[in-house]
Ligand binder design. Structure first.
Ligand code: B12
Ligand code: SF4
Length: 517
């Protein structure tokens, strides 16, 4: 007898983040996260990622045929455009398959997102539990009205908004099902390891930085996996996938000194022998950790931290509600120098500090100068720093949003239009600069410093970019080129001269055609 078994298949897609030519190499962690319970409950989960599935639109359509739903994870920016292309293709072939959207952008703007005709359900905020309940309800054709954290269209197309879901401890969740992806293809080289995998140990952040979307989406809440469990899971991942390093991409890992100590102790106790890096923390907090904790963390494999230095000016830091000062950043740099822990340090430039545009431009110049001064001091203490600049762009509901609109910021009012909201510094060279309070010249200078000057100032750059090149002649040739650019960059840096950017233009051409970009 043939029985019609109910469908238990889910299709999840992570569209391109930047553009089709610049795939992101980290594992699709959000999609793995929302599959944690479903895998345990016997669902078949198909994860589609452009890095692995070159024809990812066709692959999604093919898998969607017998799926309970198709889920999309998107950030603000290009992934919305790419995601909608995929959704359109699925809708055309299988109009009855529900299209579910989640991730940072739908969580920031759930009401606007649900209005799009290619969006049936939005999951906002933490997704592990919500998505599980949602899939089960869809599968058994039950009502969605009791599922916290979703906004959806009912059968008549009416938008129904359910209450938000309280954040839940990660300790309640089964392990991240990495076996759903071909892990080998998502192991990206880092400064501290060749076989590096992404992982998370916490969700949310309690701080209040003016520019950040954390407080909009997670309302300053934070939940963390028990540090011992995190260390045990990492030990298992190392064994299973033969990784040499792990990138912990929490919004704020170093939130408690006690937790960081316990994590490091457990890694040592289990003799995991792995490097951990890209770990996000706040300069003030980490600079107050004891020497003993730093030694413990270093001994357990801490190789690289990620900090928001943000500005070289204490007034600007206060304005950003960053709750740190320049001296916190200097103090932390000295600690990292002592323990040789690489720093990824990010700065934000270009705030609409005044309603007068001319004044804004002057303030941006001054802020840039003070940040460059701080960066100079940091480099003198410890050269192993990858500095990054980003142009400030406000998100809806954040404090400066209205003011920016009044100052001429064009704000999209439809989900699909957010795809071109420029948030990556690199866009400044291609399109118009959305931030009216920053001149195009300033935007280009910020871009040049960020992707060119800082690249050559980082002593690890050459090794990182050429990590997978085996041909020693090609490598030697690249090394000569690298040294020449580095000499020019050092000169520019010494005199803080960023005019006549011919070398930068030439570098961009080489980057584009060498395939190393
Ligand atoms: C890794 C990362 C990236 C990666 C790519 C991420 C990806 N798509 O896989 C890279 C390095 C490319 C990147 C780039 C940028 N990023 Co980023 N990034 C992150 C980071 C550190 C981790 C993301 C992650 O995997 N988290 C772990 C997973 C488990 O959590 P999650 O993503 O929140 O997913 C949960 C929910 O959102 C939900 N969910 C997610 N997807 C889906 C899908 C469905 C169907 C459902 C139901 C639920 C659901 O469930 C998940 C589990 O709870 C976050 C900060 C953070 N802690 O999340 C910033 C973050 C997302 N990035 C941010 C920013 C600002 C940027 C940049 C602009 C930085 C820059 N200045 O260049 C760029 C450009 C992006 C662009 N659009 O052009 C912002 C938000 C931006 C936005 N509005 O979308 C964040 C939040 C950092 C911050 N606090 O400011 N980023
Ligand atoms: S500390 Fe980092 S994650 Fe937390 S609010 Fe500030 S910028 Fe956002």
């Amino acid at each position: 007898m043939i029985t019609n078994k109910p469908k238990k298949k889910i299709v999840l897609v992570r569209p391109h983040v930047f553009s089709k030519t610049r795939p992101y190499s980290g594992a699709p962690l959000a999609l793995l996260a929302i599959s944690r319970f479903l895998v345990k409950d016997g669902y078949t989960v198909k994860i589609i990622d452009p890095l692995v599935n070159k024809d990812y639109i066709a692959a999604t359509v093919k898998e969607a045929k017998d799926a309970v739903c198709v889920g999309f994870s998107v950030l603000t920016g290009y992934s919305i455009y790419d995601g909608l292309q995929i959704a359109r293709a699925v809708r055309k072939k299988y109009p009855k398959v529900p299209l579910v959207w989640g991730g940072w952008h739908p969580s920031i703007l759930p009401h606007e997102t649900i209005k799009d005709e290619l969006v049936d359900i939005v999951v906002y905020g933490q997704g592990e539990r919500t998505f599980t309940e949602l899939v089960k309800a869809l599968k058994s054709k039950k009502s969605l009205k009791n599922i916290l954290g979703v906004i959806y269209k009912d059968k008549r197309g009416k938008i129904i908004e359910n209450a938000p879901r309280p954040i839940e401890s990660l300790d309640n969740f089964p392990p991240v099902p990495y076996h759903l992806i071909d892990v080998e293809k998502f192991l990206a080289p880092q400064e501290y390891g060749q076989r590096s995998l992404v992982y998370y140990t916490s969700y949310g952040c309690p701080h209040r930085c003016l520019f950040c979307v954390e407080q909009i989406v997670n309302k300053r809440r934070w939940v963390g996996l028990s540090p011992e469990k995190a260390a045990e899971e990492i030990a298992e991942l190392k064994q299973k996938y033969n990784i040499d390093s792990i990138q912990i991409i929490d919004s704020n890992f170093f939130i408690s000194e006690e937790r960081s100590r316990r994590f490091a102790k457990k890694l040592i106790e289990l003799n995991v022998n792995i490097k951990w890096g890209n770990v996000n923390g706040r300069t003030r907090q980490m600079s107050q950790y004891s020497d003993d904790t730093w030694k413990l963390m270093k001994d357990s494999g801490l190789a690289c931290i990620l900090i928001g230095s943000e500005s070289g000016n204490n007034n600007t830091l206060a304005y950003m509600q960053k709750d740190i000062t320049v001296s916190d950043t200097i103090k932390l740099t000295k600690i990292c120098a002592k323990y040789d822990v690489k720093i990824l340090s990010s700065f934000l430039v270009g705030f609409p500090r005044s309603k007068n545009l001319n004044r804004c431009h002057k303030i941006t110049d001054k802020e840039l100068t003070s940040s460059l001064r701080l960066i100079d001091r940091m480099f003198k203490i410890y050269p192993r720093i990858r500095q990054m600049f980003a142009l400030y762009l406000p998100y809806p509901s954040t404090a400066l949003f209205e003011q920016s609109r009044q100052m001429g910021l064009e704000i999209p009012d439809k989900f699909e239009d957010w795809h071109e909201y420029l948030i990556a510094a690199e866009d400044a060279s291609k399109m118009k600069v959305r931030q009216t309070w920053v001149t195009r010249k300033q935007a280009k200078k910020i871009l040049m410093i960020s992707i060119y000057i800082f690249f050559f100032k980082d002593p690890d750059s050459f090794g990182l970019v050429t990590a997978r090149i085996k041909n020693i002649f090609y490598k030697g040739f690249l090394y000569l080129g690298f040294r020449s650019f580095k000499a020019l960059v050092d000169l520019r840096w010494k005199f803080k001269y960023f005019g006549l950017p011919l070398d930068f233009a030439f570098y961009n051409v080489l980057r584009k055609y060498s395939g190393l970009g």
